[in-house]
Design a protein around this ligand. Structure first.
Ligand code: ZN
Length: 331
């Protein structure tokens, strides 16, 4: 990694990237917390949602690059599945240091970006999952790098999670991110226990929003920890050299694992797509035992327990939206 064998590829220049910015609906937090609490009780035997001052999320088990989720928060949807399927487009390569300026983030504050995406493939000369967790200033300087990537070893079905160095701030193909000033402030604290419904935690949250605010687009971004039980995850292996044209082919390509809690996820969701061809939910996670990857769902509903902190985003920013749209691989 990082040696002379690293392929040379420059990220797409910021001025060549399309950017569409739309406001999101921001319900009153107190009202929203009671709507979520009632709705989540369809999926979990116990659910409580309240408005709390954001705890210091730099601490375990969250390990964010900034203490809070608040301050001009935005959902960023970069690239997309059409750049991954049927065949990966390696030239869809971005420098995350460009994003604060691109989405007109405040110049006088650092910006935290957390979420789920594809690792910069030049880093290992191959594809990997990325748990993005980085604090940047407006000039593009990396102030704190806590991003991890998860890569597979396809010969023996193992994987490894690697901390990205401060010098690596790029990404490939797609990402779903929360950008905020990383400040403390009021956030939603969500506690759920014992799953009794079919949906995963994030889908359950999103469906409550869709049901209760059918005309609005609400974006949530934050972090949750699966505190007990087991979790099904996937890690993308090396990019496929054969075209993947169906969900079944994508499933055959992905590497699935069942891991033990705790598992801390970086998570974004948008309730209703306001016409930007968004991926409406995406969460990647990690833990201190060296697991990492894409969160699917807990596999032990009886034992499962979640603790989450989310902020309500003010805007959604669509960067380099693919011209072509399809649903392959979005789950
Ligand atoms: Zn993913």
């Amino acid at each position: 990694m990082g040696d002379s064998a690293t392929p040379v590829l420059n990220p797409i220049p910021a001025e060549k990237l399309s950017v569409e910015i739309q406001p999101l609906f921001q319900p009153d937090l107190k009202k929203l917390s009671s709507v979520l609490e009632n709705g989540l009780k369809k999926t979990f035997e116990e659910a409580s949602v309240s408005v709390q001052p954001c705890p210091d999320l730099t601490l375990a088990p969250f390990h964010l690059a900034a203490p809070g989720l608040c301050g001009n928060s935005k959902i960023l949807d970069v690239g997309g599945c059409p750049y991954l399927f049927p065949l990966a487009q390696r030239n869809k390569f971005y420098d995350m240091r460009d994003f604060p300026k691109l989405v007109k983030a405040a110049e006088d504050s650092p910006q935290l970006m957390i979420g789920a995406g594809a690792a910069p493939w030049t880093f290992l000369s191959r594809n990997a999952e990325m748990m993005t967790n980085i604090l940047l200033d407006h000039q593009g300087q990396v102030l704190k790098q806590k991003t991890k990537i998860a890569r597979t070893f396809d010969g023996n079905n193992e994987y490894e999670v690697i901390d990205l160095p401060e010098t690596e701030h790029k990404m490939s193909i797609l990402s779903n991110l929360l950008m905020s000033e990383g400040r403390s402030g009021p956030v939603l604290e969500i506690k759920c226990k014992k799953r009794i419904g079919p949906d995963n935690f994030v889908t359950a949250l999103r469906k409550v929003l869709v049901e209760n605010y059918p005309e609005d687009s609400i974006g949530l971004g934050g972090t949750f920890v699966v505190q007990s039980g087991k979790v099904k995850i996937h890690i993308m292996p090396e990019l496929s050299s054969c075209p993947l044209t169906t969900d079944a082919e994508v499933e055959g390509w992905l590497k699935f694992f069942e891991i033990n809690a705790p598992f801390t996820c970086l998570s974004v969701l948008v309730s209703n797509d306001p016409g930007l061809d968004l991926r409406v939910e995406h969460s990647h996670g990690f833990n201190e035992r060296g697991d990492g990857g894409h969160y699917h769902y807990d596999t032990t509903p009886e034992e499962t327990e979640y603790l989450a902190y989310y902020t309500v985003a003010q805007q959604v920013c669509r960067i380099d939206r693919p011209v072509e749209s399809h649903q392959i691989g979005r789950d």
